[in-house]
Design a protein around this ligand. Structure first.
Ligand SMILES: Nc1nc2c(ncn2[C@@H]2O[C@H](COP(=O)(O)OP(=O)(O)OP(=O)(O)O)[C@@H](O)[C@H]2O)c(=O)[nH]1
Ligand SMILES: [Mg+2]
Length: 385
């Protein structure tokens, strides 16, 4: 997270071969190019690289076609996609300095799922794999995909798939640990929120997010604990970590024979809120619990400025990185308010932002509303820590 004029958030999507990563990315981007998107949101999403954006959009249109085509499996190389979230008319009455940042960028790495399941073809690919995972571990939020198709294939004995999936994640991370941690030192800037996400959830229409959570805990609870321990080994101040406490349903489209209904998506509208909003609140709470003045606390408290702006429309005065205590004193009362700041109050904040043409605040409050409404619809479970 950079608190310069552009806030860059990276999202790490971990998933095995064929678990739906490329389709997810294409559907995410394609949906933002639909005319309804611009009407509904105070911002646009644009791929920073024209050719990449075009390719994703074509993937999306191919699925939408009356004779649908799907993107090919990803082999050998990873690609990083960078998207700019461009606010509509950024020249409203709010002067530039009144915002904590001017632009938001989302970086999303797509890579071959087989990298978690089998060995690579040679030293060059091995290096690419290390580089990719190092980038992924620079994200703030990680999604661990559980493939609904594989759950269906193992109906009644889902533990077979779940245990092996979690062991793959665990072993994959362990095998790269020495390459990723230079001098064996744990990382400060690392995903601290690891969300389990059910991809292709359209295949299991009866399953809500609570059923999904219960299935994971009951069939692979121990493996989740083991995975958490391995992840903790990458993380400085590993108390500030949630692995398997947040859960999400995803579906890139509704798939039926000969037809892909791309407008029937689940959870994709949460990608931006998850990347750009979810970490702040939790980071600030963690920062408060940590030793003041520690490097990690300083790092985590960065979101406090954004959060105070979202809640109040005012940017915290203190420059960041500020003395941790100072920023926290300012934001904590709001944060406890935020915990109970349910729908209507949030909607008020958003309406106020729209009247003031403060599109950034409107976008961020909208993100928070999206997270809450997904919780109500049982698509998303947010850890209460
Ligand atoms: N029902 C359903 N099927 C999906 C969905 N997303 C993907 N699929 C199916 O899963 C296949 C694989 O999806 P990809 O996105 O290519 O998988 P991937 O994770 O990128 O796989 P690798 O590139 O091998 O790592 C697609 O060709 C679709 O048939 C979804 O949301 N619902
Ligand atoms: Mg792929």
């Amino acid at each position: 997270m950079q608190l310069g004029r552009t806030l860059e958030q990276q999202i790490a999507v971990f998933g095995g071969r064929g678990s739906g990563k490329t389709v997810l990315l294409s559907s995410f981007y394609g949906a933002t190019q639909e005319p309804q998107f611009g009407k509904k949101n105070p911002f646009y999403v644009m791929a920073d690289d024209f050719g990449q954006g075009n390719r994703l959009h074509r993937n999306y249109l191919g699925m939408k076609d009356s004779t649908p085509r799907l993107p090919r499996a990803t082999n050998f190389t990873a690609t990083s996609y960078s998207f700019s979230i461009k606010l509509k008319d950024a020249s409203g009455p709010r002067a530039k300095k009144a915002r904590p940042f001017d632009a938001l960028r989302l970086v999303w790495h797509d890579y071959p799922g087989e990298w978690f399941e089998q060995d690579v073809s040679g030293p060059e690919e091995a290096q690419r794999r290390v580089d990719t995972f190092r980038s992924l571990l620079g994200s703030h939020v990680a999604l661990l995909l559980v493939d609904a198709q594989r759950l269906l294939d193992n109906e009644g004995e889902e533990e077979r798939y779940l245990k092996s999936l979690l062991a793959n994640f665990r072993n994959g991370l362990l095998s790269l640990k020495d390459d990723i941690l230079t001098d064996g030192k744990p990382l400060v800037e690392v995903p601290r929120i690891w969300i389990f996400a059910l991809s292709k959830s359209d295949l299991l229409p009866q399953m809500n997010v609570f059923n999904f959570r219960d299935l994971l805990i009951s069939k692979a609870g121990e493996e989740i604990t083991e995975l958490r321990e391995v992840i903790a080994g990458f993380v400085e101040a590993s108390d500030a970590l949630s692995v398997g406490e947040d859960f999400l349903l995803l579906s890139s489209a509704k798939f039926s024979p000969g037809r892909i209904e791309v407008s029937e998506r689940v959870g994709l509208e949460l990608i931006l809120p998850l990347a750009a909003m979810l970490p702040f609140e939790r980071h600030v709470r963690w920062a408060e619990a940590l030793q003041k003045g520690s490097k990690v606390a300083e790092n985590l408290v960065g979101g406090a400025k954004v959060l105070s702006y979202v809640l109040t429309g005012v940017v915290a005065k203190s420059k960041l990185p500020a003395p941790v205590g100072k920023v926290l004193t300012f934001v904590m009362p709001w944060l406890s308010d935020a915990a109970v700041m349910a729908g209507s109050k949030l909607a008020e904040a958003r309406a106020e932002a729209l009247v003031q043409q403060d599109h950034l605040r409107a976008a961020l409050t909208g993100f928070r509303i999206d997270l809450e409404s997904a919780e109500e619809k049982h698509i998303f479970i947010r850890s209460r820590r």
